[in-house]
Write a protein that binds this ligand. Structure first.
Ligand SMILES: [Zn+2]
Length: 506
């Protein structure tokens, strides 16, 4: 209505509600004078009410026709200055796609690079530049150097807009290395913004297999723990491992077979994960789980160069490695074959299953893998010697365990027997007191059994006590201590559990 009306009507509408004129009308049809007046009115509105957009902030509308060249000079100071309210971001959002962007380019580039500007303004400024299809490659370096979450997100957006092929690979590597620092080093630190690193996933989706491979070579080369903490406390490689995890997922999603196991192991070896991904969520885990040949080739490489049993066991049960390499049942036999083929007695010993002495006799049955191991051992004296040693060692440890268990059971049985004997002695000695209703401790015990587990009374008293007579006498002895039903209902009586129990018995 404001746009269609006369100058006076336009002025009046602008004075009443400038934001409504901009957002609900067609501001491109306003006269040049009214546009200036509208900008001025919006400036005043922000002073009076900085967050004048309120929930409307999430609404987007187009007013690009409003920003004609004749008002560019009026807009310029308004977008350069941070007013502390909604206006700057609003103007930057509306500017996108308008012809004024070209003449405001230096200001917009400065906003994108300005670490003090709000993320809303920086993103809106970048959107303006991207929509104009301008060359923005020069902004990537300063944004990487800035290294904040917002700067790296903007850099990733520029990379996505330019296309990864337009940038040198080294720049992408530097960007990913900077992104690795966005992951918290202290796991107890709470994330302030959920999903603040999601842009890394989006960025990696644009990479081809060759680029992923090159980047993985680069970011894992020389990677090692620098904090010296034990595995469960080491977080110094968390960020880079996460980035490598994204690259691996992308790589396994698109790389054609055959894949080079040695190169893949080179990537995976230094990575450190505190949570293992599932095959459902991670293409790398899925492919490594499904491609048995590739996984087993890598598993062989995992043990290369290891000489001690401890080192091999540590490698075999490494809970912080890539989830795709975890051993499946059918991986054991190929590892035993590999150990035999390479004459590696220690490795073979680590993978041979132990005899399960503790399984029930009927369930033991012939263990296929152990049977296979025995056959293997008989082909080579070194392996046979180790087999015999294993058998002796296992039998000895089983016997020690058995003896220890027997000793502790005997101790327990002795204590049990002593308790029984003492009870029988006490029942025999105090029988007359108990049956006369005078031995409070025994009678409380007997009353509880009488109510709760009467079928075990024989075990308690060993048939030495006339239970009914004892309880009858006990009731008589308690006499006045037993509360009346009325007192029970009022909850005023101070009666023992046994006393109340006896009321119920009687
Ligand atoms: Zn570390």
């Amino acid at each position: 209505m404001a746009a269609l009306g006369s100058q006076n009507v336009q002025d009046a509408a602008i004075d009443v509600d400038p934001y409504a004129v901009l957002s609900n009308g067609d501001p491109s049809r306003l006269s040049v004078r009214s546009r200036h007046r509208l900008l001025e009115a919006l400036g005043k509105l922000e002073v009076d009410d900085p967050f004048f957009r309120r929930v409307d902030r999430w609404r987007s509308f187009s007013a690009s026709g409003f920003f004609t060249p004749d008002i560019v000079d009026a807009i310029r100071p308004m977008i350069v200055r941070e007013g502390g309210g909604d206006l700057r971001a609003l103007l930057l959002e509306l500017l996108s796609g308008s012809p004024a962007v070209t003449s405001l380019r230096p200001e917009l580039e400065a906003i994108v690079l300005d670490a003090a500007a709000t993320s809303q303004c920086r993103r809106a400024a970048l959107d303006c530049l991207v929509n104009e299809k301008l060359d923005l490659a020069f902004m990537v370096d300063p944004l990487i150097a800035s290294a904040t979450n917002e700067a790296l997100r903007l850099a990733a957006k520029i990379v996505g807009y330019l296309g990864v092929a337009r940038l040198p690979r080294e720049k992408l590597r530097d960007l990913l290395l900077a992104c690795a620092n966005l992951y918290p080093v202290d796991p107890r630190e709470r994330e302030r913004v959920i999903g603040s690193r999601y842009f890394i996933r989006i960025l990696v989706r644009d990479f081809d297999a060759d680029l992923c491979g090159w980047l993985l070579d680069e970011i894992t080369r020389g990677l090692t723990c620098t904090c010296g903490a034990r595995s469960w406390d080491c977080h110094c490689r968390d960020g880079i491992s996460k980035i490598a995890g994204h690259l691996l997922d992308r790589y396994f999603d698109i790389a054609e077979a055959p894949r080079d196991p040695a190169r893949i192991w080179g990537w995976l070896k230094p990575l450190h994960f505190h949570r293992s991904a599932s095959a459902k969520d991670s293409p790398a885990v899925r492919v490594l789980h499904e491609e048995h040949h590739l996984r087993r080739e890598i598993q062989r490489l995992m043990f290369e160069g290891l000489t001690t049993r401890e080192a091999m066991i540590d490698q075999g049960i490494d809970r912080y490695g890539h989830a795709g390499l975890s051993f499946q049942h059918d991986d054991i036999r190929p590892m035993m074959d590999h150990a035999i083929a390479t004459g590696n007695v220690e490795l073979w010993d680590v993978f041979v299953y132990s005899h399960n002495f503790y399984r029930a006799r009927g369930e033991r049955g012939p263990d296929e893998l152990r049977h296979y191991a025995r056959q293997q051992a008989h082909q080579n004296p070194d392996f046979l010697a180790r087999w015999a040693l294993r058998q002796r060692r296992q039998f000895r440890s089983w016997r020690e365990m058995r003896d220890r268990r027997n000793r502790s059971q005997a101790r327990w049985r002795r204590r049990e027997r002593a308790g029984e004997e003492a009870a029988v002695r006490s029942l025999t000695n105090d029988r007359s007191l108990i049956e006369a209703g005078l031995h409070r401790w025994w009678l409380a015990h007997i009353a509880r059994y009488y109510l709760i587990q009467p079928d075990e009374m024989q075990e308690l008293t060993h048939g030495l006590i006339d239970v009914d007579a004892a309880l009858r006498n006990y009731l008589r002895v308690l006499g006045d201590d037993i509360p009346t039903l009325e007192q029970c209902a009022l909850g005023t009586a101070r009666a023992s559990v046994v006393g109340s129990g006896l009321v119920l018995v009687s």
